[in-house]
Design a protein around this ligand. Structure first.
Ligand SMILES: *Cc1c(COP(=O)(O)O)cnc(C)c1O
Length: 826
C-alpha cells in the first residue's frame, strides 16, 4: 500500500531541466517564442523577465506538487494563514536564490546578451499590503516553506494594490497601482476553483425531520470567488507553500436573471459591481475604514477560504471529524475575524452539526494575532450594517456572545460591570467588537513583542486575561534574512559566509559567531567598505528620484515606514530643523555631515500625516538650497516607499530611526531589518526595540525618551507641552518656524495645524516631552560616528546579535506554542 501511495506526481512528466546554463538558455528562448510570442532579438527587458519567471514558476510548480503529495501522505496537520494583506515585493531574484538557480540564470542571460540586474527591474512589486502587517505575512510564508512546515496562505488578489505615491509640489498624490496590467507571471489562474459567497437576503428557520431547528439563509445576492495560486519557495528546502488569492467574479445566475429581463446594460453594471469586491486594497494602515465594501471584502475572503479548507479536508479525510486535529487557522489581526461565525455557519447550516459540537470544533481551530493597541485601529462594525449584509452571522455572533457571557457570569459572580466590558457587542455604540469575537473564538491570542503582549494583558484585554491566564501569549515578530540580507545585501552575505559559513541563512542564531570578528580589523575594513558601497547605491537612488545629493561620506540617517503621528516623523524633523538652525547661526563648523532620508506613505484620508509629508518636502527645499548647509545637512523625502525601495535603503543606512511614542508601536520589523544590516538604532523603549536593546547591549544602541509607563503616568498627571516649549529655546525656535510658515513664506499658515497638534491640542504623541532627550542622544550618535572603528565595531555587534529576530524563530515559536505543527518529513 505504501508503495502505491508514494507514486510520483510527475510520473511520465518531463521535469524541467535546469541543470546547465545551456539548458536554461534553450528554455528561455523557447518561453519567449512559445509563451510570450516574441522573437528573441526583439524581446524587451520585460519579455525577458516574463520568460525567466515562467521558467522558474514551472520549477516551483513541480516542487509544489511534491510538497502537496508529502502533506497528503503524511496526513500532516497544517496551518492556514488568513491575511487581508501580503506585502511580497518582487519575487524573481528571491526565488532564484531559494532554488539555487541564481548563478546559472545570470550566466544564461549574459550569454544571451541580457543582464538579470536590468530585467529584474521590470517586475512589479506585489504590493498587496499597507506596511508591517502585510510584510510580516510575506516573511512568514518564506519561513514556513524554508523550514518545511505544512502551511498555506489565503488572501485577496487585489486588482489595485497599495497605491503609488507621487510627490507633486511637495504633496502626496495617490495613483492607482496597476500591477497586473502586464499580467502576473507567478500566478496560476484556477477558473475551476470557485465558491459562491452570499450577501444580504434573509433567514428562514424551520424544524427539520429530526425536530432540530434548521436555518436557511435565502434570497441572497451572490458573488463567485475564484482562486489564483502563487507558489512561494523555501530556501534550499525544496518545499513550496501556496498562497491562494481570491478574485471576485459575478455569478452567471445573477447575470442571467437581469439579462432575461432584457436589460443588458444593467446586467453588465451588476456584474462590475460584484467584481468590485476584490478591486482595491484599503490603504489605511492603523485606522478603521468602516465602509460597507470593506466589510464585504473581509467576508468574501473569509467565506471562500473556509469553504476551500473544508472541501480540501473532506477530500483527504472523508468527513470533518478530524478537522481540529488537522487544521489550524491563524487570523492575522481581526480583519478575518468573521471566520469565527462563518465556520459556525458552515458547520451548522451546511454540514449539519449541532451548536455544541460546532462550537467545540471552532474553538479548537482558530488563533488570533493582535497587531495594535491604538484604539482607532480596533475594528468594530455597526450592528445595523451586519444585519443588512450578513444577517445569519449577526445571529450567530449574538448566540456566541450569549453563551460566552453566561460563562463570564459563572467566573465573575456578582460583577455585572465586567459583562459589558467583555461583551462582543458594544451596546451603547450598537457595534460588534471584532477583537472580542476573535479572542472568544480562538484558542490562543498573541501579541507581537514582549512589551506589546504585556500591555495587551494589562490594558486592552485585561478582563480576558483574568478569565483565562493562558490564552494570551507572546510571539515576537521577525524578518526573513533571505530577503533582507541574502538577497538585498549580497556583499554582506559574502562577508558573513567567509567568516562563519552559510548556516545562518536558515538558522540566524548562528550569527552570534560573527561577533568576535568585531575585533578583527580586516573584517571591520571589509564591513565598512560594504556599507560604503551600499550607501553609494542608496545615494544614487535618492538623487535619481529626488534630485537631492547624498554624499556617502556623511552619516546616512533613515526613517522609512508608514507616516503616522505615533511614529513621530515630526520629532525627526524637529531634530533636522534644530541642526539647520545651529548651522544658520554659525555653529555649523565641525558639525558632522548628515543626510536624512524620510520615506513612507500616508493613508489618503489622514490629513495631518499628509501635511507632515508636505512639511518635510517644504523644509527640504529650504535646507537643501541653503549654501550654509552644503556638505553638512541634506534632507530628502523619497517617494513611493515599498519593498523594492526598502531593499536599497536598508543596506545603505548608518542610523535607523525607530522613535515611536513608547507603548504605541506593537513591534516594528523595520527596526530588525536595519540592525541586521549593520545600522545602529536610535530609538525609544517601544515594541521590539526593547528586545533589540537587550540583544545587542546598551552600548550598541541609542535609547532615549520616556518609557511606556512614564507616558501613561504623564497622561494621568496632566501633560503640559506648552511648559516644555516655553522652557526650551531651541525647541521653541524650531516649532515656531513650522507654525509661522518659515518654510512657506507665501503661505505662512500652512502648518499651523501641525503646531496646534503638538501644542494647542495637547501633543497626544509626546513629541515635546521627548525632544530634548532625542537631541541629546543624537549628539552621542555624532560623537560615536566620528570614531569609525568604534562605529563599525558596534555595527558588527548589532548584526551578530540579531539571531533572535528572524521570522524563522517566530515561525518555530508559533509552531510549538500555538499551532502544534511539525516540519514535513523527507
Ligand atoms: C518592513 C516594512 C515595513 C514595516 O516597517 P516598520 O518600520 O516596522 O513600520 C513597512 N513597509 C515596508 C515596505 C517594509 O519593508
Amino acid at each position: 500500500m505504501q508503495e502505491t501511495a508514494t507514486v510520483q506526481p510527475m510520473a511520465g512528466v518531463d521535469l524541467i531541466d535546469v541543470s546547465t546554463v545551456e539548458a536554461i538558455k534553450r528554455h528561455l528562448l523557447s518561453h519567449l517564442v512559445h509563451g510570450v510570442g516574441v522573437a528573441p532579438q526583439y524581446a524587451s527587458p520585460r519579455d525577458w523577465m516574463v520568460a525567466v519567471a515562467t521558467l522558474v514558476r514551472g520549477v516551483l510548480s513541480e516542487q509544489y506538487l511534491e510538497t502537496a503529495l508529502r502533506e497528503r501522505e503524511q496526513k500532516a496537520r497544517r496551518v492556514y494563514y488568513l491575511s487581508l494583506e501580503y506585502l511580497m515585493g518582487r519575487s524573481l531574484r528571491k526565488t532564484l536564490l531559494d532554488i539555487g538557480l541564481l548563478e546559472r540564470v545570470e550566466q544564461a542571460l549574459t550569454d544571451l546578451g541580457q543582464e538579470l540586474e536590468d530585467i529584474q527591474e521590470h517586475e512589479y512589486d506585489a504590493a498587496l499590503g499597507n506596511g508591517g502587517l502585510g510584510r510580516l505575512a510575506a516573511c512568514f510564508l518564506d519561513s514556513l516553506a524554508t523550514h518545511s512546515y505544512p502551511g498555506f496562505g489565503y488572501g485577496i488578489r487585489y486588482e489595485f494594490g497599495m497605491f503609488t505615491q507621487r510627490i507633486e509640489h511637495g504633496e502626496q498624490v495617490e495613483h492607482p497601482e496597476t500591477w497586473l496590467r502586464h499580467g502576473n507571471p507567478w500566478e496560476f489562474e484556477r477558473p475551476s476553483i470557485i465558491y459562491p459567497v452570499r450577501f444580504r437576503g434573509r433567514m428562514m428557520t424551520f424544524r427539520g425531520e429530526d425536530g432540530r431547528e434548521v436555518c436557511r439563509w435565502i434570497d441572497t445576492e451572490d458573488v463567485i470567488a475564484m482562486a489564483y495560486d502563487v507558489p512561494v519557495s523555501g530556501f534550499g528546502s525544496g518545499v513550496v507553500t501556496k498562497l491562494r488569492l481570491w478574485s471576485a467574479r459575478a455569478t452567471r445566475d445573477f447575470d442571467l436573471n437581469i439579462f432575461n429581463q432584457g436589460n443588458y446594460i444593467d446586467a453588465v453594471k451588476a456584474k462590475t459591481l460584484s467584481e468590485n469586491l476584490s478591486k482595491v486594497l484599503y490603504p489605511a494602515d492603523t485606522t478603521l475604514m468602516g465602509q460597507e465594501l470593506r466589510l464585504m471584502q473581509e467576508y468574501f475572503f473569509v467565506s471562500a477560504s473556509l469553504q476551500d479548507i473544508l472541501a480540501r479536508h473532506t477530500r483527504t479525510y472523508g468527513d470533518l471529524s478530524a478537522l481540529p486535529e488537522k487544521v489550524c487557522i491563524q487570523l492575522n489581526d481581526t480583519h478575518p475575524a468573521l471566520a469565527v461565525p462563518e465556520m459556525m455557519r458552515l458547520l451548522l447550516d451546511q454540514y449539519g452539526y449541532d451548536w455544541a459540537a460546532a462550537w467545540a470544533m471552532t474553538r479548537g481551530i482558530f488563533n488570533y494575532t493582535n497587531h495594535t493597541l491604538l484604539p482607532e485601529a480596533l475594528e468594530t462594525w455597526p450592528i445595523a450594517m451586519l444585519e443588512q449584509i450578513l444577517p445569519r452571522h449577526l445571529d450567530i455572533i449574538y448566540k456566541i456572545n450569549y453563551q460566552f457571557l453566561q460563562q463570564v457570569k459563572v467566573s465573575f459572580p456578582g460583577q455585572p460591570d465586567i459583562l459589558g466590558r467583555l461583551s462582543l457587542i458594544d451596546d451603547g455604540a450598537r457595534r460588534v467588537r471584532m477583537a472580542h469575537l476573535a479572542v472568544v473564538g480562538s484558542g490562543h491570542v498573541n501579541g507581537v513583542a514582549a512589551l506589546h503582549t504585556d500591555l495587551m494583558r494589562r490594558h486592552v484585554f485585561a478582563d480576558f486575561q483574568r478569565l483565562d491566564t493562558d490564552k494570551i501569549v507572546n510571539v515576537t515578530n521577525g524578518v526573513t534574512q533571505r530577503r533582507w540580507v541574502v538577497q538585498s545585501n549580497p556583499d554582506l552575505t559574502a562577508l558573513i559566509d567567509d567568516c562563519i559559513g552559510p548556516r545562518w541563512k536558515t538558522d540566524l542564531t548562528e550569527l552570534k559567531a560573527f561577533e568576535r570578528f568585531a575585533d578583527d580589523a580586516g573584517v571591520r575594513d571589509r564591513f565598512a567598505a560594504i556599507k560604503r558601497d551600499n550607501k553609494q547605491r542608496l545615494g544614487a537612488l535618492v538623487e535619481a528620484r529626488t534630485g537631492v545629493r547624498f554624499d556617502p561620506a556623511a552619516l546616512f540617517d533613515s526613517q522609512v515606514k508608514r507616516i503616522h503621528e505615533y511614529k513621530r516623523q515630526l520629532l525627526n524633523l524637529l531634530h533636522v530643523i534644530t541642526l539647520y538652525n545651529r548651522i544658520r547661526s554659525g555653529q555649523g563648523d565641525g558639525i558632522l555631515p548628515r543626510c536624512v532620508l524620510i520615506a513612507g506613505k500616508s493613508a489618503p484620508g489622514y490629513f495631518l500625516a499628509k501635511q507632515i509629508i508636505r512639511l518635510i518636502n517644504d523644509a527640504a527645499m529650504v535646507i537643501n538650497n541653503d549654501p550654509a548647509c552644503k556638505g553638512r545637512l541634506s534632507l530628502a523625502f523619497l517617494p513611493n516607499y515599498n519593498v523594492s525601495a526598502a531593499e536599497v535603503i536598508i543596506p545603505g543606512t548608518d542610523l535607523s530611526e525607530q522613535i515611536s511614542t513608547a507603548g504605541m508601536e506593537a513591534s516594528g520589523t523595520g527596526n530588525m531589518k536595519f540592525a541586521l544590516n549593520g545600522a545602529l538604532t536610535i530609538g525609544t523603549l517601544d515594541g521590539a526595540n526593547i528586545e533589540i536593546k537587550d540583544a545587542v547591549g546598551d552600548d550598541n544602541i541609542f535609547i532615549f525618551g520616556k518609557t511606556a509607563a512614564e507616558v501613561t503616568e504623564m497622561r494621568m498627571q496632566g501633560y503640559r507641552p506648552w511648559d516644555i516649549y516655553n522652557a526650551d529655546e531651541e525647541l521653541r525656535q524650531a516649532v515656531d518656524m513650522i507654525g509661522s510658515g518659515y518654510f512657506t513664506p507665501d503661505d505662512p499658515g500652512r502648518y499651523r495645524c501641525v503646531f496646534d497638534a503638538i501644542l494647542t491640542h495637547g501633543d497626544h504623541f509626546f513629541v515635546m516631552a521627548d525632544y530634548a532627550d532625542y537631541i541629546r542622544v543624537q549628539a552621542q550618535v555624532e560623537q560615536t560616528y566620528r570614531q569609525p572603528e568604534d562605529w563599525t565595531r558596534k555595527a558588527i555587534i548589532n548584526v551578530a546579535n540579531m539571531g533572535g529576530f528572524s521570522s524563522d524563530r517566530s515561525i518555530h515559536d508559533y509552531a510549538r506554542k500555538i499551532w502544534r505543527i511539525t516540519p514535513l518529513k523527507r
